[in-house]
Design a protein around this ligand. Structure first.
Ligand SMILES: Cc1cc2nc3c(=O)[nH]c(=O)nc-3n(C[C@H](O)[C@H](O)[C@H](O)COP(=O)(O)OP(=O)(O)OC[C@H]3O[C@@H](n4cnc5c(N)ncnc54)[C@H](O)[C@@H]3O)c2cc1C
Length: 463
């Protein structure tokens, strides 16, 4: 509970209409999109309208050692915005402007509360695009996406959020404001602070402005759906496409559990008997190259035993399949009360092994696991359909999750391809970085936020 005088100070800074304290509001901000996490209410939710207000809030919080949990749309999948130590939830949704589109330099400057899709809609008339494309592109914010370093459906060819962040403005834990990077294509001055804050999950500073790189939107694309009667064949196809040096813009996989669930939810005619489908898209600016790549991919699918390959005949057909893919998580979430979605990522050549391991883990722990994801970049989303209220089953879930991460790391992979660490994966950090690696990160945290007021309890657990 915050003292009344602090609430009054906050109201002076942002106006009383931007300070939420009702019981309902506290419940609404006690969780995010992550399942099986504790729900913890903040003391207050504050909705600043500009950077100056954020600076004042941070100074006040620092003075009284009150945690600040910066929040975009709350769609993260690692418990990143749960106010585990209570405190102030700082909602960025009112800082939602596009400050500048610089078509000459192929950059844009935006505020952190801007919804990602709105940036793409605004730059499309210039023939430009901002490639990061998480499943939540129409709801997630730029600030949240930068802070998680989101990936998404175009990561394979176009990379992830960090590949498009050129500069940031950040309010630090002591209330000072820094600028990192800028509009220049080249910039090697000093340490790369832009990269440090990208993916920092709100633990090192509060991002108040973002400069992004834009690229010319590709003129041609071909999209297809390849159907398999065996998931191993789909896995081998993915590895073969990459080793044949074709880099599709999109290469997504859905297993049978996911296909059935999505079809039941979206009714778009997915092949419910298939053991796996691959959703593929090749794109580019030279039509013949796009056609050649499409033909190569089609041949590799056939050689690996695809039962059928369906080419999207129109944008409408293509969009329906992509919408189905984006619906995978919401669809799976309807099957059972709790949906534990993981994010383990392996080198692409290890996808067949990872898929096999996931099947074995599901069997070993007698769990229903749906697997989908950005398979082309090695990023699978094994999704355990379970029920938080069943203690015995949750123990099996926990063991299965431990095993998933253990195998991913043994295969040369990582704990998170795109969803971040937050609370959900903090306990595994030493598996990937060793004690010494985690110590280096903790020293950075201590140096930039000595009182641990920024999103405490995330990334390393504890304080
Ligand atoms: C159905 C579904 C599909 C998804 N698909 C994908 C996908 O394909 N790829 C992918 O990568 N992710 C995906 N996600 C995860 C999520 O949507 C992304 O991580 C998203 O970018 C988070 O944005 P947000 O605005 O919701 O951030 P939030 O959840 O609000 O915050 C995320 C983190 O960023 C911090 N933060 C937020 N704003 C700031 C700021 N201005 N300054 C400093 N820190 C800040 C928060 O403290 C928190 O740690 C999916 C989630 C769902 C529910």
């Amino acid at each position: 509970m915050l003292a009344q005088n602090i609430l009054e100070e906050l109201k002076k800074i942002v106006g009383k209409e931007n300070v939420l304290t009702s019981k309902e509001d506290m419940i609404a901000y006690s969780f995010d999109a992550t399942a099986a996490m504790p729900e913890v209410k903040p003391d207050v939710v504050v909705m600043p309208e500009n950077k100056e207000q954020i600076v004042e809030i941070v100074k006040l919080a620092g003075q009284h050692k009150i945690p600040i949990i910066t929040r975009g749309a709350g769609t993260n999948l690692s418990g990143g915005t749960i106010p585990i130590k209570n405190g102030i939830v700082l909602s960025m949704l009112k800082l939602d402007k596009i400050i500048e589109i610089d078509a000459e330099n192929l950059t844009a400057r935006v505020q952190p509360g801007l919804i990602i899709q709105k940036l793409n809609d605004a730059v499309a008339p210039y023939g430009l695009m901002y490639p990061p494309d998480p499943g939540t592109v129409t709801t997630a914010t730029m600030g949240g996406s930068v802070s998680e370093c989101s990936g998404g459906l175009r990561g394979l060819k176009y990379g992830v959020t960090k590949d498009y962040i050129m500069g940031l403005e950040v309010v630090m834990a002591d209330g000072s404001v820094i600028r990192t990077g800028g509009k220049t294509v080249k910039n090697v001055s000093g340490y790369d602070l832009t990269k440090l804050f990208t993916g920092a999950e709100g633990t090192l500073g509060i991002i108040t402005e973002i400069t992004v790189k834009l690229i010319p939107a590709p003129k041609y694309r071909r999209s297809m759906l390849a159907i398999f009667d065996d998931i191993d064949k789909a896995g081998n196809t993915i590895a073969d496409i990459i080793s044949n040096k074709v880099i599709p813009a999109t290469l997504e996989i859905m297993d049978n559990v996911t296909i059935r669930t999505v079809e039941n939810y979206a009714k778009i005619g997915l092949p419910v008997e298939a053991e796996a489908i691959l959703i593929l898209e090749v794109d580019g600016n030279i039509e013949q190259i796009v056609i050649n790549e499409y033909e190569t991919v089609q041949k590799i699918c056939k050689d690996n035993g695809a039962v059928e390959i369906k080419l999207a005949q129109s944008d409408k057909e293509r969009d329906a399949v992509f919408a189905a893919r984006r619906a995978a998580l919401p669809a799976l979430a309807q099957v059972r009360p709790t949906t534990v979605l993981e994010d383990a990522t392996v080198p692409r050549s290890k996808i067949p092994q990872m898929l096999k391991a996931l099947k074995e883990i599901a069997k070993k722990y007698n769990l229903q696991i749906g697997t989908f994801g950005h398979a082309g970049d090695g990023n699978l989303h094994p999704t355990i359909l379970t029920d938080e209220s069943d203690k015995e089953e949750m123990e099996r879930v926990e063991k299965a999750v431990d095993e998933i991460f253990k195998i991913a790391i043994e295969l040369g992979g990582t704990l998170s391809g795109e969803h971040g660490i937050g609370m959900a994966k903090a306990k595994y950090m030493e598996w990937e970085f060793g004690k010494e690696g985690v110590e280096v990160m903790k020293k950075i945290k201590d140096a930039l936020d000595p009182d641990h007021i920024l999103n405490p309890g995330k990334m390393f657990g504890g304080n």
